[in-house]
Design a protein around this ligand. Structure first.
Ligand SMILES: C[S@@+](CC[C@H](N)C(=O)[O-])C[C@H]1O[C@@H](n2cnc3c(N)ncnc32)[C@H](O)[C@@H]1O
Length: 367
């Protein structure tokens, strides 16, 4: 009937017979993103729509509506493409777009004016995003980290950042490897700090990409201190730290009501190979210890824990290259883990987990 009368129609599950298709829509105010597989794969449309929903902040609609009203004044005050680009990135990456869904229009307008003002004055200053890249699996990046990798002009990254994550960086961004192997900083820390300041002051959006979480054994605090001293704007984007990633992928819950009420992250980087940790504080019933950078010092760590009263048959796991396709987990006890690790020939980076929770791996290993 529809055909005979020239009326467009859609039939469920019959893409070829239908004359119209309805795309999945994601809307944020005036912004509309349509996903259409011409009726062939509605599940793919839904999957993609969900991904787009996650990436677009709820407040984006309110922000866009306001910029629509002020378009002429924005163009007038920001005559160069560079200024306009900076304005948009700063607006979209700032806090206001995330708050905007709840904020009044006056509040959004005042945030926008502030950014407009700073971009209108001579060369606008860039920003630094200190971003945690997680332990290796790119699927463990946060949504915010992923978005920033697509926007950065410059990315300064550490050795531990996995290649599949670097592949997500905007293709024309400048990517600089600033090293950091054990005791081998390819670029000294002070120079990294200064580079961040210089790039930001030249108006660039800079991502400082660090393995795991930037605030856990990552010297992230030092880097942003220099930025604060130099009046450079920054944001910190947390990442999944190696302890969480490795424990999850090795099937070892770090706390468990029956086995451990607390967990302690400890550096295993022993200065001059001496046992310089407060060992007596580490010996606690029902506590899990996680040693970062503990491969070289493993024999000393085991020896000192036993010397300070931990039982020799305390379970230990060493996770190498956690959350990557090359993950390898060796288990044993304080008494024999060093020998087992030697036999297994594991590669760094590695994480050492000490505690009763390690025994749960026998039942919970899922990888
Ligand atoms: C300088 S620390 C940086 C830690 C990082 N900021 C974090 O939150 O995971 C480097 C140490 O983290 C641990 N590590 C990082 N990624 C790892 C991985 N994928 N597997 C095992 N250990 C890892 C290792 O102990 C490595 O020596």
């Amino acid at each position: 009937w529809c055909q005979q009368h020239g009326i467009a129609f859609w039939m469920a599950g019959e893409p070829d017979a239908s004359t119209v298709h309805f795309p999945s829509l994601v809307e944020r105010g005036p912004l509309r993103v349509a996903v259409d597989t011409q009726g062939l794969a509605p599940t793919v449309s839904r999957w993609l729509r969900q991904r787009i929903e996650q990436v677009l902040p709820d407040g984006l609609g309110a922000v866009l509506r306001l910029t629509q009203k002020r378009r002429h004044s924005i163009d007038e005050r920001l005559p160069t493409p560079h200024q306009r680009r900076s304005f948009w990135y700063r607006l979209l990456e700032g806090q206001s777009v995330h708050r905007a869904a709840l904020d009044s229009e006056d509040r959004i307008a005042s945030d926008m004016d502030e950014i407009l003002q700073s971009c209108a004055i001579h060369a606008p200053q860039g920003q630094v995003f200190l971003v945690g890249a997680g332990p290796g699996d790119p699927d463990l990046l946060t949504v915010k980290a992923l978005r920033l990798l697509g926007q950065a002009d410059v990315v300064l990254y550490d050795r531990l950042v996995a290649q599949p994550i670097l592949d997500l960086v905007r293709s024309d961004a400048e990517c600089i490897h600033v090293g950091k192997a054990r005791a081998n900083h390819s670029v000294p820390q002070e120079m990294i700090n200064q580079m961040l300041v210089d790039y930001a002051k030249s108006g660039k959006t800079v991502v400082r990409l660090k393995g795991g979480d930037p605030f856990i054994f990552g010297r992230g605090g030092e880097e942003i201190e220099t930025l604060a001293e130099n009046g450079v704007g920054f944001q910190v984007v947390p990442g999944i730290t190696a302890a969480s990633g490795c424990a999850a992928y090795a099937g070892i819950p770090l706390t468990h009501r029956q086995y451990a009420q607390s967990v302690r992250f400890v550096t295993g980087h022993l200065k001059n190979n001496t046992a310089n940790l407060p060992w007596h504080e580490l010996i606690h019933e029902e506590q899990t210890l996680v040693f970062y950078m503990g491969l070289v010092g493993l024999p000393i760590i085991c020896r000192e824990l036993m010397a300070h009263g931990m039982r020799a048959d305390m379970p230990v796991a060493l996770v190498s290259k956690g959350t990557t396709p090359e993950q390898n987990t060796v288990t044993g006890t304080l008494a024999d883990i060093t020998e087992r690790v030697g036999e297994a020939g594991v590669c760094p980076p590695t994480l050492v987990i000490v505690g009763e929770v390690v025994t749960l791996r026998d039942r919970l290993n899922w990888l």
